[in-house]
Design a protein around this ligand. Structure first.
Ligand code: SF4
Length: 314
């Protein structure tokens, strides 16, 4: 299943803790160095024999450059199918003999560096995984801002989900971040689907047995999120709400975006949770382990080391 002779990358740095997360910085060849990160992590609620996660990059840097994410800037293009697969295979190879392959769930996140809906190779990877890693343990999870240029990509993703990952074996997450379109444009400076368009897509996405689309909001102080507006567009039948912190990144700091929820203030969004639940939404408050933030394995924290290394022309 894994042929390391095909790998073209070189791991130039690894940091983390085995019982939390390990971040690997991988350099791919090219005219200019292309440095990306991939992460091997545990869900703090589960033992590795139950569930673990592989989080891969889909682009070198990210052209979207969201205001709270360190992956933006110094964009160096899409990764090839083989380069995305290499990140998955390297992580699997690390665990070839410790029983991890028998885990009930191996979450395969396409959510490290890059906007997956801008890279057609991600679709090829998903087809490849379905064909060559034919295990029900693999649950792909794609997080996207839903850029307008990725509309055809999203339609193709729906076909792949229906053909290869039905019955709840696929998670699609829209990074929505605010109920106010002007604020969404500020936070995620790319032409993207509006709230009504996201809601329409969610209706056509969902089939019986599927996971509902996750509407992710990284809660920042002063960023509008009104339950009534969300409920006017989306249905709890095909969408749930996930609330996460604004992680401490260089860009969130320089843009003055402060988090609402944090490990020390998990109840800060209680009123909002209650309002969303009144409209029938399932609400997941996902704060994560403080150790993940320290390691730098959390969402938006990509590229901390990559930027430093590029500056030194590694
Ligand atoms: S949050 Fe995602 S889309 Fe936005 S800059 Fe970071 S990697 Fe790119």
């Amino acid at each position: 299943m894994i042929n390391s002779e095909k790998w073209t990358g070189r791991v130039v740095k690894t940091f983390g803790e085995n019982d939390v997360a390990n971040v690997h910085v991988l350099e791919f060849p090219g005219d200019k160095p292309r440095l990306i990160e991939f992460v091997d992590s545990l869900d703090p609620r589960y033992d590795r024999s139950e569930k673990w996660c592989i989080n891969v990059s889909t682009q070198a840097g990210c052209p979207v450059a969201c205001l709270m994410c360190d992956a933006g800037g110094d964009y160096r293009g899409n990764l090839a199918k083989e380069e995305i697969l290499e990140q998955i295979e390297r992580t699997l190879a690390e665990h070839a003999y410790d029983g991890s392959w028998q885990a009930r769930k191996i979450k395969l996140h396409f959510a490290r560096m890059g906007e997956p809906a801008m890279n057609p190779a991600v679709l090829d990877v998903l087809r490849y995984v379905a064909k060559y890693f034919p295990s029900d343990s693999f649950i792909p999870a794609v997080a996207t801002t839903a850029p307008r240029v990725g509309l055809k990509w999203l339609e193709e993703l729906k076909t792949i989900k229906n053909e290869h990952y039905s019955g709840g074996r696929f998670q699609l997450q829209f990074s929505v971040n605010s109920s106010n379109e002007t604020m969404r444009d500020r936070l995620m400076p790319v032409s993207k689907l509006s709230l009504p368009e996201l809601a329409q897509f969610a209706r056509t996405w969902f089939q019986s047995g599927d996971r509902r689309i996750s509407l992710n909001f990284a809660l920042g102080r002063g960023i509008p999120l009104e339950a009534e507006i969300i409920a006017s567009h989306f249905s709890p039948e095909n969408a749930l709400v996930k609330l996460t912190p604004i992680n401490p990144t260089a860009r969130s700091n320089s843009n003055g975006i402060e988090t609402v929820i944090a490990p020390e203030s998990p109840e800060a969004a209680a009123k909002l949770v209650h309002e969303l639940e009144k409209y029938g939404f399932e609400v997941i408050v996902s704060i994560g382990d403080p150790k993940e933030i320290k390691i730098g394995s959390n969402c938006g924290q990509a590229a901390r080391w990559v930027s430093e290394m590029l500056e030194k022309h590694v």
